[in-house]
Structure formats: structure tokens, C-alpha cells
Design a protein around this ligand. Structure first.
Ligand code: DAH
Length: 344
């Protein structure tokens, strides 16, 4: 038994002297000290020996175990340090090298425009309508009927409106004005909201027209609201959006849901009123439609027009963005060409 132990010891020491890495250390440890090792087997079977042998073999096997452990630990320390130094040397970071470039995205110019306009109106006390009051898939009832747009109005023509197969009256909204109706049905005056969103029109696509575009609708209903309030709010918005005091003018116009109605022009930002290609030589650019909410519309939503008055407005986001940045083709917003998008 003693010889066996000495043989194991010798083999272990040989193996230890051949160690070249921390991985070798673990392998040798496994072979000579693990629970399945020969040495451990001997210790396990001590109980079958005579008392005398138990003492001798027990003490010798403990000594050998201790010696192997110590030598292995020494080796481990040596190779651990060596391997660490090699690793540090190999993985040294050159902090003078240029960093790797991670391109990051930007907010789409239309989103930027909507955000900016929303902020301006929030600053004037307007809040955003709830999403459920501004659905993109609409019924003719909200998009037209309730807005006082008669059944024979040309805007209802199949050429302008996208009809769906869901049901005969279900359409993709052609304007955000339906949000006015939802809002007035779901809350009572005073109302002061804006509703930005997508609208759809079945038209041929060109530099000026896309099937999908964005509008921002505004609605204010309260007691004693007059056209002067509308004019004040619109002028302040245009001043904040286009910067500086740019001349504006209100042209009388017609919308079925407002009376009186107006279209608002701003002096051409390209030529400052001198007349150019962008403004077709007139010196003015049409920016938005607005007016006093038609009493018929108020009646449709059970608001008494004798008690309350209000104004509404609607503007095209693409047009406002194109004017501000001098973009001459609406399709650029939808092509997702990074060369275009990264300029904003
Ligand atoms: N909905 C109109 C359009 O798409 C724009 C508009 C005009 C909205 C006058 C309004 C308004 O709220 O009062 O052309």
C-alpha cells in the first residue's frame, strides 16, 4: 500500500513538473485529487485496514495530498500571472485610434414639424385630442355628414375619398376635421384642442400632392368667441412658426363647416412678396383654412349656438414644412432617402 502511495506521489510530481498552463493545473488536480482519483479511493477504503495500517496509510496519504495541493497552487499562481500578463499585452487598447462610427437616426422632418406646431399651440393653452377622437379609418358620417358637407358635395366623389370594403360608409378620412365632431360629442365646452394626423386622398401623385399627407386640426369652443380671437391665434401661430413678423392676410373663403370661412395667406417666404415661381408671382402663399364653427355643426353635436361660439382651423403639415425648408417636392417626405432625411 505504501509503495502504491509513493508511486502515485511520484507520478503526480512528474505531471506537475510538466505543467504549462492553468488549464494543465486543473487537469492534474482532477487526475490526482478528485473524488474519483486513486488517492481518494485509498482514503475511502481505510476503514477496511488494520488499526496499525490505518494510521500509517492515513497519515501518508494526507501528507501526499497536502504536498500535491501545495505544488499545484504554486503552479497555478505562476501560470495565472503569466497568462494574465500575456492577455493584457495582447488586448492592449490604443486609445489614440479613431473610434468606430455608429450612425444614428433622426426624427423625420414631418414629425419635427408636427412636434413644433403642437408645442406652439400647447403654449397657447390647446391640448391634444385623445387618439380615439381622431381615427384614420372613419365613417362618412363623421368625415362629411356631421360637418355639414352635403351628400352631393364634390369632396365625396369617389375620386377624392378612399372607400373601404369594410362597409359602404367606412372610408379613410380625407381631412382631420372629423376629430372636431368626435371631440364635441365626447366633451363639453370650453373646448380647446388640436388634432394632428394622417389623411388620405385618392388623387394622382405629383410634386405637390400625395395620397397620404398630414393635417393639424384645431378647435376652440367657448362663450363669446369671435373672429378676432381666431385672427389673433392664427397670427401668433404664424409669427412663432415662421419667425419674425411676416405679413399675413385673411381671404374670405368657403368651407361647409365654418361660417364665415377664411383662407390665410402668408407673405411668400422665398421672395418676400416680390413674386416668384413658388408663389406663382402673387407674393402670397396659402397656408391654412379656418373659420367660425357653423351653427349647424354645433347643433349636430348638441351644443347651443346661441350660447357658444367657436372657431376651427386646419393646416397641411407637408406644405408648412416645404415652405419653411424650401422643399419643392412632397414625395421626398415619403421616399425615405437618407440623403434627404439627414439634412433636417
Ligand atoms: N378640412 C379642410 C381641408 O382639408 C381644412 C379646414 C378648413 C379645416 C377650415 C378647418 C376649417 O377646421 O375651419 O381642406
Amino acid at each position: 500500500m505504501k509503495e502504491t502511495l509513493e508511486k502515485i506521489h511520484k507520478n503526480a510530481l512528474d505531471a506537475i513538473s510538466n505543467i504549462n498552463s492553468t488549464a494543465d493545473v486543473e487537469e492534474v488536480r482532477n487526475t490526482y485529487l478528485s473524488r474519483k482519483s486513486e488517492l481518494n479511493n485509498i482514503k475511502k477504503n481505510l476503514k477496511d485496514l488494520s488499526n496499525e495500517d490505518k494510521r500509517i496509510v492515513g497519515s501518508l496519504s494526507n501528507q501526499i495530498t497536502k504536498d500535491i495541493e501545495e505544488k499545484l497552487n504554486e503552479k497555478y499562481q505562476t501560470f495565472y500571472q503569466k497568462e494574465l500578463n500575456e492577455k493584457l499585452e495582447k488586448e492592449r487598447i490604443d486609445i489614440t485610434l479613431p473610434g468606430s462610427f455608429t450612425p444614428y437616426g433622426k426624427v423625420h422632418p414631418l414629425t419635427q414639424t408636427v412636434d413644433e406646431i403642437v408645442e406652439i399651440f400647447k403654449g397657447m393653452g390647446f391640448s391634444l385630442v385623445h387618439n380615439e377622437n381622431s381615427p384614420e379609418v372613419e365613417t362618412e358620417y363623421f368625415n362629411f355628414d356631421m360637418l355639414n358637407i352635403p351628400k352631393d358635395h364634390p369632396a365625396r366623389d369617389m375620386q377624392d375619398t378612399f372607400y373601404t370594403k369594410v362597409a359602404p360608409n367606412v372610408i379613410l378620412r380625407s381631412q382631420t376635421s372629423g376629430a372636431q365632431i368626435h371631440e364635441m360629442l365626447n366633451s363639453r365646452p370650453p373646448i380647446r384642442v388640436i388634432a394632428p394626423g394622417r389623411v388620405y386622398r385618392c388623387e394622382s401623385v405629383s410634386a405637390r400632392k400625395n395620397n397620404l399627407f398630414h393635417q393639424i386640426e384645431g378647435l376652440l369652443v367657448d362663450k363669446d368667441i369671435t373672429f378676432a380671437d381666431l385672427k389673433g391665434i392664427m397670427n401668433e401661430f404664424l409669427r412663432l412658426y415662421f419667425g419674425s413678423a411676416r405679413p399675413t392676410r385673411f381671404r374670405s373663403s368657403f368651407f361647409p363647416f365654418t361660417e364665415p370661412s377664411a383662407e390665410i395667406d402668408v407673405q411668400c417666404i422665398m421672395c418676400e412678396g416680390k413674386g416668384c415661381r413658388v408663389c406663382s408671382g402673387t407674393g402670397w402663399l396659402e397656408i391654412l383654412g379656418a373659420g367660425m364653427v357653423d351653427p349647424n355643426v354645433l347643433r349636430n353635436v348638441n351644443i347651443d349656438p346661441e350660447v357658444y361660439t367657436g372657431f376651427a382651423f386646419g393646416m397641411g403639415v407637408e406644405r408648412l414644412a416645404m415652405l419653411k425648408w424650401g422643399i419643392d417636392d412632397i414625395r421626398l417626405f415619403f421616399n425615405n432617402d437618407a440623403r434627404f432625411l439627414k439634412q433636417f
